[in-house]
Design a protein around this ligand. Sequence first.
Ligand code: S3P
Length: 173
Amino acid sequence: MLTNIVLIGFMGVGKSLAAKHLSAKLSRPIVSTDELIVAQEGKSIAKIFQDHGELYFRQVEAKIVEAIADKDNLIVDCGGGIALNPHNLELLKKNGIVFYLSASAEEIYKNVKDQKHRPLLNNTPDPKNKINELLNKRRPFYEKADHIIDADGKTGEQLCVDILTLFNKAAAK
Ligand code: S3P
């Protein structure tokens, strides 16, 4: 069995970018939980939140995690809220090493400010403040990852190197 590489962390920290580099380097497929949700529901994340609310989105997300947890050899690019449900993390750790990409609120704001597809940040008058507030609430959940990677100011390539260094050490044990 080939252990999955699972990337968690706040919106805009570079999970998808790091996943692309890891996938190219290791020739492993990427699975994005958000992309699977969008494909399954036939609508954008924003529309799912708008039509059914966040709770429904979290239920769909948890089902997707269950399906992924049985697979191996994947790079798993997780939506930013996945770690908030301890059961999700437990399942993902069953056959995966979980990396938390940790970035400061300032860096996150810089990365997301011109993007429009995240309902939790787009429908708020003060996204900077919202990022701070959510990040402070979520940090203890994210920190339950197997490894924490400082993502501030790093390129996708640098994140990939940091992740692989830790992953290869763990795999050699
Ligand atoms: C969310 C993060 C998003 C997406 C949804 C909710 C969150 O994924 O799952 O908008 O709660 O942090 P990204 O982290 O890929 O933006």
